[in-house]
Design a protein around this ligand. Sequence first.
Ligand SMILES: Nc1nc2c(ncn2[C@@H]2O[C@H](COP(=O)(O)OP(=O)(O)OP(=O)(O)O)[C@@H](O)[C@H]2O)c(=O)[nH]1
Length: 119
Amino acid sequence: MAKQYDVLFRLLLIGDSGVGKTCLLCRFTDNEFHSSHISTIGVDFKMKTIEVDGIKVRIQIWDTAGQERYQTITKQYYRRAQGIFLVYDISSERSYQHIMKWVSDVDEASMAVSFPEMN
Ligand SMILES: Nc1nc2c(ncn2[C@@H]2O[C@H](COP(=O)(O)OP(=O)(O)OP(=O)(O)O)[C@@H](O)[C@H]2O)c(=O)[nH]1
């Protein structure tokens, strides 16, 4: 059987509840948008394989719940990720201000991260 991918990247989406993490992921993997907000419970993931210079890259993206009550669970995924997207809602200043709180949570999990800002 042909190899399905050459490299695997595990990425994580974190940010306040309702900022659009699940929507971002659905758009990327399935090119879909759902206007309803069904809060993620704990964590969920989707995968997509893309080809870059002839290399099959499988991207496994973990979508985490933004709600405080799930943070004990979601924080356990920080260490396993090779990259973390910090997501905020551009129409919510509060969600942007909370980004520093998310960054410190990631720091607490002893990960050195560098990230570009994308709006
Ligand atoms: N107008 C607009 N609405 C969006 C956009 N992205 C997401 N939404 C809406 O924002 C709401 C929340 O989106 P979700 O993707 O479920 O949010 P989330 O960050 O995954 O939320 P939790 O699972 O609770 O952490 C939904 O009603 C979406 O339809 C966007 O780019 N534009």
